[in-house]
Design a protein around this ligand. Structure first.
Ligand code: DOR
Length: 449
């Protein structure tokens, strides 16, 4: 097992209220110690990058890995490779695969294939995500399901949703709600308003989301359950969650970078990578999302990494499947649009991508306290990222951010004490001593090296 000393860099660990220049020693796969001037033996690799910030490896609580069934778009292997390129060491994988992850065997299959990062499968709430019969939640939890969701669609039947919330509470798991009323969405593909009028594309009103957010909050309250709302995108949803929290209801929620850095005006280009569910919203909604992140109403920033192949996306806007890839742009988009704009401190932004989602899922991750698993990201908040199709490690490239330059460059990702991704630090970024064994291609650095 490697020993690594991250020396004298700015360490941000919101879970322990730490933001200072100190050393962090990694040994036996865990954070062995933190402090000033830690002495090490010559076996220890020393990493010292003046511009580097050391933070807990990111926790992305909303990812689509597409395995089983969509391996041409992403696999657990390719998805985790993309994850570590984005500084993510823990991810939760959605069950809208082919077949649906609604059996213990599929949960175990996905979980066991995660090598470069922790992969926590989210199992379906209902069999086949059909919204009718509850999946065997206890057995799924036993097999390792971290949460339950029919993501991609809501559970339309309120009684089924209520029973799911009650059952999940009994076994100590959270239900993750995709909030869109199918009848109100209809054949819609873009936000109702100027965007739909201008483009001629079918509209999805904000109330399609808000009506289910309100319903699920009320159901969670009546069941005394823990509810998490996925990809919140409207002002009304933020207000509903804010009020629910003030009323003491145990609800958490996430948003995604595209809901705070793009608006429905961006579908103007008919670029199918801007088609997402829920759709990109108005500038006023974006404002509310930013405020919700700032005041703590929104607990987490997740990517909703939704890979789709070029063939599927190179069609008319209305015919394209919804979703964009997002794990690799999660950190740079958040830094560029939320930190560099002065809305969030870097520490708060890190919290939204580490300890907060870990808490929402109820997992031990997202902190660098002594004894914790050594899951670490080292990044340069001012380092530039030129987003090109080739830059993505994901099998899919459906990103509207191709062509943009962002701030927040991941330099190194460490999972369970092993380097799983690194830039060529020797040439590009500061100094790094005692390199140890380093593969020529950084992407080849894998667990066990
Ligand atoms: O845009 C989306 N794509 N939203 C979802 O809820 C599902 C996802 C997907 O699976 O592609």
């Amino acid at each position: 097992m490697s020993k690594i000393l991250l020396r004298g860099m700015r360490l941000i660990d919101p879970a322990t209220a730490t933001d200072e220049r100190i050393d962090l020693l990694i040994a036996d796969g865990v954070v062995a110690s933190r402090g000033v001037g830690i002495a090490v033996d010559e076996e220890t690799r020393i990493v010292e990058i003046p511009e580097g910030v050391v933070a807990p490896g990111l926790v992305d609580m909303h990812v689509h890995l597409r395995e089983p069934g969509g391996e041409q778009e992403e696999t657990v292997e390719s998805g985790t490779r993309a994850a570590v390129h984005g500084g993510i060491t823990t991810l939760a994988a959605m069950p809208n695969t082919e077949p649906t992850i609604d059996t213990p065997a599929w949960v175990e299959y996905v979980r066991s294939r995660g090598k470069l990062t922790n992969v926590h499968p989210i199992a379906a709430i209902t069999v086949g995500r059909e919204g009718k019969t509850l999946a065997p939640l206890a057995e799924l939890a036993e097999a390792g399901a971290v949460a339950f969701s029919d993501d991609g669609r809501s559970v339309a039947d309120a009684n089924v949703m209520r029973r799911a919330l009650q059952y999940a509470t009994m076994i100590g798991r959270v239900i993750i709600a995709h909030c869109e009323d199918q009848a109100l969405v209809g054949s819609g593909t873009v936000n109702e308003g100027l965007a739909s009028t201008r483009s001629g594309l079918s509209p999805i009103p904000a109330v399609a989301e808000e009506t289910i957010v309100a319903r699920d909050i009320l159901l969670a309250k009546s069941a005394g359950a823990r509810l998490h709302i996925a990809h919140v995108s409207t002002r009304g949803s933020v207000e509903l969650v804010r009020r629910a929290k003030a009323d003491g209801i145990t609800v958490t929620c996430e948003t995604c970078p595209h809901y705070f850095c793009l608006t429905d005006d961006d579908v103007r280009s008919y670029d199918t990578s801007t088609r997402v569910n829920p759709p990109l919203r108005s500038a006023d909604d974006v404002e509310a999302i930013r405020e919700g992140l700032r005041d703590g109403t929104i607990d987490a920033v997740a990517s909703d990494h939704a890979p789709h192949s070029l063939e599927e996306k190179q069609v008319e806007f209305d015919a394209a499947p919804p979703g964009m890839v997002g794990m690799e742009t999660l950190l740079p988009l958040t830094i560029t649009h939320m930190v560099d704009t002065g809305i969030l401190s870097l520490g708060k932004a890190i919290a939204l991508m580490t300890i907060e989602p870990a808490r929402a899922l109820g997992i031990a991750a997202g902190t660098l306290e002594t004894g914790a698993a050594a899951d670490v990201v080292v990044f340069d908040p001012d380092g530039k990222v030129e987003v090109t199709a080739d830059w993505f490690r994901s099998l899919s490239k459906n990103s509207p951010f191709i062509g943009s330059t962002l701030s927040g460059r991941v330099l190194m990702t460490i999972h369970n004490g092993e380097v799983v991704f690194e830039e060529d630090l020797g040439t590009a970024h500061g100094s790094s001593e005692n390199h140890g064994k380093r593969a020529a291609e950084s992407n080849e650095l894998v667990v066990g090296v």
